[in-house]
Write a protein that binds this ligand. Structure first.
Ligand code: PLP
Length: 388
């Protein structure tokens, strides 16, 4: 028995997605690039999956490039566009490393965010207007929702701003954390490129897709057999792609019910911890006029907290003893703790960033998971603070 509160890292495969994979691996295993009947059958599976994914992200089927996950989709968007068009990439400071690292690698511009986790739109406009960059910005990449805090970016506003200040630039959004909780078709209809990853919504790991709009020219990262209309070489992961489509369709169909259900669980989690402990900051949350936390700017599933006076590693250890699986954003690199770049960009001190905890819910989360966390976290934090 365990309580899994790390669904933003990955979530359990949906049974219907698993069911579609096995026969495709054991029986329908033809290579879709081939010329015989089994190849054609595999190709039809791909076509159906492409139709489904296209409707989920608000695009025509021909606009979908299947990839080996979210990291590849993000890398393909940034590096593929820069290779095809030249110029400079611009992104926000809280992007996932799958965007941030290629942007930095290509000497792009990284725009700051506010304490709220929202991109500083004035600084974004200033970067696009910068005489040093003007006319050379090829791609602007701003994520739909952040993987650590759940903060949702105002994509419509960002699209309008980019179109005004850099009309030639393509707009990419990393929607890897958004698909379960936001209307990704509406977002996809506004941007030029959009990334998703199957394992975040109940599909298998190592499969994803990049939506490539009609304005976007793109060079392949993986050069080879010319698959995906020359945009991504490599034999297709047919079973994984089919399972991704099943998971995506199920996720979108369930979304209207899951969002309020999961938000209620998350609110009980966050409110319950805040009621028990002092010195807790919930990231990306602003009090409304009555002083209650307003979480409408975050995805429904993420409760992200910073505790004063503790270290997340020790907290995670105690939580695991209570069979609670959660995560902290700080990571250990070459033996030294590195605070989360997201929290650093939001202006959190190192010590607060080291005391962060992300509890992320998913489609299978239930009240018992919240009860278990509420029975464990306050006591563990008090113990680490030497108070209990
Ligand atoms: N982008 C975001 C926002 C993510 O949360 C993740 C995964 O953690 C990725 C990209 C990378 O996706 P994948 O694990 O499929 O490579």
């Amino acid at each position: 028995m365990y309580h899994y509160l790390d669904n933003a890292a990955t979530t359990a495969i949906r049974p219907a997605a698993l069911d579609v994979m096995v026969p495709l691996l054991s029986e329908g295993y033809g290579n879709p690039s081939g010329a015989h009947r089994m190849a054609r059958q595999a190709n039809r599976v791909l076509d159906d999956a492409r139709d489904t994914i296209a409707s989920v992200v608000g695009a025509e089927p021909g606009r979908i490039v299947f990839t080996g996950g979210g990291t590849e989709a993000d890398n393909l968007a940034i590096s593929g566009v820069l290779e095809a068009r030249g110029g400079v990439a611009v992104c926000s400071a809280i992007e996932h490393h799958a965007v941030l690292d290629p942007v930095v690698h290509h000497r792009g511009r990284v725009v700051p965010v506010h304490r709220s986790g929202l991109v500083d739109l004035e600084r974004l406009a200033a970067a696009l207007d910068d005489p040093a960059l003007q006319g050379r910005v090829s791609i602007v990449s701003i994520m739909a929702a952040n993987n650590e805090t759940g903060v949702i970016q105002p994509i419509s506003e960002i699209v309008a701003l980019v179109r005004e200040h850099a009309p030639e630039a393509l707009i990419h959004t990393d929607a890897v954390q958004a698909l379960c909780w936001l209307d990704v078709a509406a977002i996809g209809a506004q941007v030029d490129l959009l990334s998703i990853s199957a394992h975040k919504f109940g599909g298998p790991k190592g499969v994803g897709a990049l939506m490539v709009g009609e304005r976007a020219e793109l060079s392949p990262l993986l050069k080879g057999g010319g698959q995906e209309r020359g945009r991504r070489g490599g034999t297709h992961n047919v079973a994984g792609i089919a399972a991704m489509a099943v998971a995506a369709a199920e996720t979108v169909a369930e979304r209207p019910g899951q969002v309020p259900r999961v938000a209620a669980l998350r609110n009980r989690l966050a409110d319950g911890i805040a009621a028990e402990l002092d010195g807790v900051i919930e990231t990306g949350v602003v009090p409304d006029e009555a002083g209650h936390p307003d979480r409408t700017g975050k995805t429904a599933n993420i409760c992200h907290l910073c505790f004063e006076g503790i270290e997340s590693e020790a907290l995670l250890f105690l939580l695991e003893q209570d069979d609670i699986m959660a995560s902290a954003a700080s990571s250990c690199s070459s033996g030294a703790m590195v605070p989360s770049h997201v929290l650093a960009a939001m202006g959190f001190t190192r010590s607060l960033a080291f005391g962060s905890l992300r509890l992320s819910l998913g489609y299978r989360s239930v009240d018992a998971d919240v009860d278990a966390v509420l029975a464990s976290v306050p006591a563990a934090v008090r113990r680490l603070r030497g108070q209990g």
